[in-house]
Write a protein that binds this ligand. Structure first.
Ligand SMILES: [Zn+2]
Length: 279
């Protein structure tokens, strides 16, 4: 049975560049990012739909549809390409059709769409899905500290846990013959990327190992949110080498202009991401 994948836009937010770019000087990141009149940069929330072995798999769920007014204002959430459910519907996928949700990690901008409000109660957005997340990520989300409290929001995963819908993973996990979760520590201690091997070249959903394509080009560019930045740099080094060797397509969840690219070396020997426009 052939498998397939599709990008699923779920929204765009505007954030302070200090978040995604951390210690990177403005003179450097501003070469690839423009700011709006409030000094904010655009950040997309692009998820990934995979159909493999008859299973409908969704990777990450964006900010979802249950933000209150304050949340919408705080994130400046917009839907220039429609909502998550609109874009799933465009591929003939209804919420009840999703079999597996792969949460790369449990930060609010990646998994708020896990749950939704129905008559004031928190329910699974995908009623028949099992939600897969690394066990250590779940533990960290349940035991927050001053730095992580604002982004690990219980409403996005505790109801699923209580309803027996979470599957906790112990490290790298094969999902179907073409889909694999690979643990990529750094941004969080147990973030996972998703590797799709159903085509002649592999596809890696990079999540916040490289939030924007520019982060993939420069090993030391790390977001302000990374809990273990040196670990990110080590992990990224491994996957940069892998991406060069395999010429894999890389999906950049937050990049508004380069959602998919491949890593190449330019004439000066510098790593560059080249856009891929085939999906
Ligand atoms: Zn993120």
């Amino acid at each position: 049975m052939a498998s397939e994948w599709h990008l699923i836009p779920t929204g765009r937010v505007w954030v302070d560049p200090g978040g995604p770019f951390g210690l990177v000087p403005r003179a450097l990141w501003s070469r690839s990012q423009q700011t709006n009149e409030h000094g904010l940069v655009a950040m997309d929330l692009t998820c990934l739909l995979i159909i493999s072995e008859g299973k409908t798999i969704l990777v990450d769920t964006g900010l979802g549809d249950k933000l209150n007014e304050k949340g919408v204002r705080q994130w400046n959430l917009e839907h220039p390409q429609g909502t998550m459910l609109d874009n799933l519907a465009a591929h003939g996928v209804r919420p009840q059709d999703v079999d597996i949700v792969l949460d790369t990690h449990l930060h609010g901008d990646h998994c708020s769409g896990n749950t939704t409000l129905a008559d004031g109660a928190l329910v699974a957005t995908f009623p028949n899905a099992e939600y897969w997340v690394q066990r250590l990520e779940f533990a960290d989300a349940m035991h927050t500290n001053e730095r992580t409290r604002a982004t690990y929001l219980p409403e996005n995963f505790v109801p699923l846990w209580e309803q027996g819908k979470l599957r906790l993973l112990h490290g790298d996990t094969q999902v179907t013959k073409d889909v694999r979760c690979v643990v990529t520590p750094g941004h969080t201690r147990a973030m996972q990327c998703v590797l799709y091997e159903g085509d002649s070249t592999p596809l890696l959903y990079v999540a916040d190992l490289a939030s924007y394509a520019a982060h993939m080009e420069r090993r030391a560019w790390v977001t302000a949110y990374d809990v273990e930045p040196l670990e990110t740099i080590r992990t990224k080094g491994y996957w940069q080498d892998w991406a060069m060797e395999t010429q894999a397509r890389l999906v950049f969840e937050h990049d508004t202009t380069m959602p998919v690219g491949t890593l190449i070396q330019d004439a000066d020997g510098k790593l560059k991401v080249k856009a891929v426009n085939d999906n």
